[in-house]
Design a protein around this ligand. Structure first.
Ligand code: NAG
Ligand code: NAG
Ligand code: NAG
Length: 843
């Protein structure tokens, strides 16, 4: 029991801030931010004072309005005091509607923030822009994500205008308390890594908001506290339009001298530290490792000497697993207001993407066993409404105080335990239900618990709207005779409920459970295939001796497997004449090896074999080729061609369109005819799949691979990589759906056909001609994309289409639009698409 408790509390104490979930309204709308804490540089009247700046509220004259006309040079602001350091991730703004009598709003704004109320800094996004787009009407609220997030206690909202105008604003902030309490860190500046054959990676702290002097950073926070953790390969980034290495701050041993990196951390008040977690890269193949040792000194006050006794922690170095990881450094429950840590190099480079601190800011009497000293303050984070006011009591050394805390802790822990047991039981029950009735998940889980509170379009403010949307759709579909519009025989004359139960496999029915299968890819759907029918003789490729695969590098990772880059000794001879291998001129053959984890579930195993069977039947110059397998023993492996130029998304996003400028500056570029040639190849590969009645289900640039000669091959490794996780919509962490590429009928009815692949092809074309610089519908949240799908279904002209990319010839955009026809019969076939694209390419 106690052991269990320990585990739970450990898990709790290790919780880092997760920007994806730190999105709670901070209290403008519901009044938790008091009137006194809302001030402004000026107000037009009493009735448009700062206290009326609450989102969705109509008190006073309905909003805050600064005095007079706002001039382009004016700095008028609304200031909030959040009373504690807060991690702010989202800002919502709205104009003055006043029940229809007001019509003032701000088209743009910027933000200033302060942690101490004295030093103010201006927020900038990751590309350095300060201005955010705001409202274009007086009633709708506009929600903007802050990348990077802001850590501050005070915030100023500053309306910005191009022409003199009256502005009025209402607002809400979203985020969560900043329990780390860190107000600044200092470190040597991050460095640039350049090695032949690799992109140059600048490992600087690009969002640092403090000072930068003599190669040192001090007095601010930045990438190490932005909640974004880096990937296994530090060259890959989680943001768009940034340079390789962006997520990490890195240093080279040689250039620093002493063999360590020294960082200082300053906190808002004295805290009793449990641990520090440092997220480090460990890509040893490129000379990067976690630190070998760290020693931390403590200072109880800012003006004091470092205490002589240090906390020293030696790590266990790992030369086998190149994954990035969190290293937890115990800090021995020492109290301090500042920390100085020296991280010793274990290799040529050290790279961090995130540092967090676990601490209590109360002094807890020694009577309490150590386990609880860490747990009590953490409980406070878990149940904000039951705040435990231990501060006052703990300052009082009296026995009474400590006993009551002890009892309080115990009671809370017991309550928590009961809650956890209940949750586990409930979870088990729900999981069973989910497996049995997948359709219900789609309806009920599409609105995540609190994101829906504010991420919906204000027109649909009722949070239940998303839940009601599908039934409502069902009714209208029913009355129009479901599927009346499309050609497929399997869905005519049925209600959507029956449609869900039809024999066509789709996410809702089959894949919610095993979509993540194997390495998360299960994309070739073959209705007739059953697992029982799978035997070794169905697999028409040869078994390769496992020991002749030599591991070189990890390419990707999924829930049930990994993809490795390997050398395959003697593969050419093994496959014999006419093998589809690139010529390597005597160099070893490189292959991609997808491997199922030994502990994968039976479902995953079956999916893996199923995928092998399907892939072994595919043979087309534009489809990735399965070369051989290792299935006679565990772990199961499939070996495919290795595509040197990676995926099309990565390839294009690092390039510009060819021009004299790119030539002059040696910027990597592609020409319009390259893009057309790529489109033709994809349509050709898809035409082949369609001819076999294969439905891909996840066509997108991330799933098209490029070899050395820029031949495109359609593949499916996409879901096995974390890189593109934002392209997928998660239903309670179980299923991942590429909703931005999916046809309306796939999202709403779970129907996947070649015609829905055509839809995805349209989106893929759009990506190609935007050079993958933007995610489709990047301005819409996932919920809004689903909302938009409903509009596609209703077809009343309110659906939002992707807009024509500037590079794209008009006739080509027309073709894209045809792919997004509501009616399946109006969409072109891949044959037609191929024919239509070919002449473009040869121009
Ligand atoms: C970090 O590096 C990038 C890319 O080289 C550069 O554009 C940016 O200005 C640098 N930022 C800082 C704060 O040094
Ligand atoms: C780091 O540099 C120091 C001083 O140049 C050297 O003594 C030490 O061996 C280096 N450590 C590693 C792991 O290379
Ligand atoms: C921090 O917590 C530990 C364990 O409860 C306690 O022994 C220690 O006195 C505390 N430190 C300070 C300075 O309050």
């Amino acid at each position: 029991m106690l052991f269990f408790l320990l585990l739970v509390l450990q898990g709790n104490a290790h919780a880092q801030i997760d920007p994806a979930h730190c999105r709670y309204p901070l209290g403008m709308e519901d009044g938790r931010i008091k009137d006194d804490d809302i001030t402004a540089s000026s107000q037009w009247y009493e009735t448009t004072g700062p206290q009326y700046a609450r989102l969705n509220r109509e008190e006073g004259d309905g909003a805050w309005c600064p005095a007079g006309l706002l001039q382009p040079s004016d700095v008028q602001f609304l200031q909030l005091d959040l009373r504690q350091l807060t991690f702010i991730t989202v800002v919502g703004t709205q104009g003055r509607h006043a029940h229809g009598t007001g019509n003032e709003f701000a088209r743009m704004y910027r933000l200033d923030y302060s942690r101490d109320g004295e030093t103010w800094k201006s927020w900038k996004n990751r590309l350095g822009n300060k201005i955010m787009e705001a409202n274009d009407n007086a009633y709708a609220s506009v929600i903007k994500d802050l990348h990077p997030p802001i850590i501050a206690r005070y915030l100023r909202l500053i309306p910005v205008t191009k022409l003199p105008t009256t502005v009025c604003m209402r607002m809400e902030l979203y985020g969560c308390p900043w329990h780390d309490g860190l107000t600044g860190y200092s470190s040597p500046e991050g460095q640039v890594m350049a090695a032949p054959g690799y992109p140059i990676s600048n490992l600087n702290d690009s969002t640092y908001d403090g000072y930068h002097e003599r190669r040192k950073l001090f007095g601010g926070l930045g990438q190490l506290t932005d909640g974004v953790i880096g990937q296994d390969d530090f060259l890959l980034t989680r943001q768009y339009h940034v340079w390789p290495g962006y997520d990490y701050v890195g240093w080279r041993n040689e250039s620093l001298g002493p063999g360590y990196v020294e960082m200082e951390f300053v906190f808002d008040r004295p805290r009793n530290f449990t641990s520090m977690k440092v997220h480090c890269n460990n890509m040893f193949s490129r000379g990067v490792k976690i630190f070998s040792e760290v020693s931390c000194a403590f200072k109880p006050r800012l003006v004091a000497d470092w205490e002589p006794q240090q906390a020293v922690f030696r790590t266990v170095l790992d030369d086998r697993n190149p994954s990035a990881r969190y290293v937890t450094v115990p800090l021995g429950r020492r109290a301090a207001k500042a920390l100085r840590c020296r991280f010793w190099f274990a290799d040529a480079w050290m790279m961090f993407s995130e540092i967090s601190f676990q601490s209590a800011d109360t002094v807890i009497p020694t009577l309490v066993p150590p386990l609880m000293t860490t747990s009590c303050p953490k409980l406070e984070t878990a149940i904000p409404t039951q705040r435990m006011e231990t501060t006052a009591a703990s300052k009082d050394p009296a026995e009474d105080g400590s006993t009551s805390i002890l009892i309080g802790c115990l009671v809370t822990i017991i309550l928590l335990l009961v809650l956890i047991i209940f949750l586990i039981l409930w979870c088990q029950y729900v999981c069973k239900v989910l497996e049995k009735a997948p359709r219900r998940i789609l309806e009920e889980e599409m609105d995540p618990p609190y994101e829906r509170v504010f991420l919906l379009d204000p027109q649909y403010q009722d949070p239940s709207v998303l839940r009601h949307k599908l039934p409502e759709l069902s009714q209208s579909a029913e009355s129009s005779g479901c599927g009346g519009g499309y050609a497929e025989p399997d869905v005519t004359q049925c209600t959507p409920h029956q449609c869900f139960q039809s024999s066509v496999p789709h996410y809702a029915e089959t894949d919610i459970v095993n979509l993540q299968g194997v390495t998360g890819s299960n994309m070739y759907a073959v209705p007739a295939l059953t697992v029982d029918s799978l035997t070794r003789k169905d697999i028409s490729v040869a078994e390769f001796p496992r020991h002749r695969l030599i591991f070189r590098e990890k390419l990707g990772e999924g829930q049930f497997g990994e993809v490795h880059l390997c050398e395959a000794e003697g593969l050419a001879e093994f496959l014999g004449e006419g093998a589809p291998l690139p010529e390597r001129d005597g160099k070893p053959v490189l292959v991609a090896v997808k491997q199922l984890r030994a502990d994968a579930t039976n479902n995953a195993r079956n999916d893996f074999l199923k995928e092998i069977k399907i892939m072994s039947r595919l043979n087309d110059p534009n489809i990735i080729q399965l070369l051989c397998v290792c299935v006679s023993s565990d772990p199961l492996c499939m070996v495919t061609e290795y595509m040197e130029n990676g995926d099309l998304n990565m390839f294009l996003s690092q390039r510009e369109i060819e021009s004299t400028l790119t030539h002059a500056n040696n910027i990597p570029s592609v020409s319009l005819s390259d893009l057309l040639h790529m489109s033709v190849q994809i349509s050709s590969g898809m035409r082949y799949l369609a001819s076999l009645n294969f439905v891909h289900r996840d066509l997108a640039t991330r799933n098209c691979l490029l070899d050395r000669r820029l031949t495109i091959k359609i593949a499916d490794f996409g879901m096995s990589r974390n890189l593109y996780s934002s392209d997928y919509y998660r239903i309670q962490g179980r299923a991942v759906l590429p909703i931005r590429w999916m046809a309306w009928e796939s999202i709403l009815l779970g129907k996947f056909t070649t015609a829905s692949d055509v839809w995805a092809f349209g989106v893929t074309l759009w990506e190609i001609f935007t050079l993958c610089k933007e995610q489709p519908y990047s301005l819409l949240s996932d919920e809004q994309v689903i909302e938009n799908t409903g509009e596609f279904f209703r077809n009343q002209g309110r659906q939002i289409f992707l807009s024509a990319p500037p590079l794209c010839p008009p006739s080509l955009f027309e073709l894209m639009m045809r792919c997004w026809s509501r009616d399946i019969r109006d969409r072109p076939t891949f044959d037609r698409l191929h024919q239509a694209l070919r002449p473009h390419a040869s121009q």
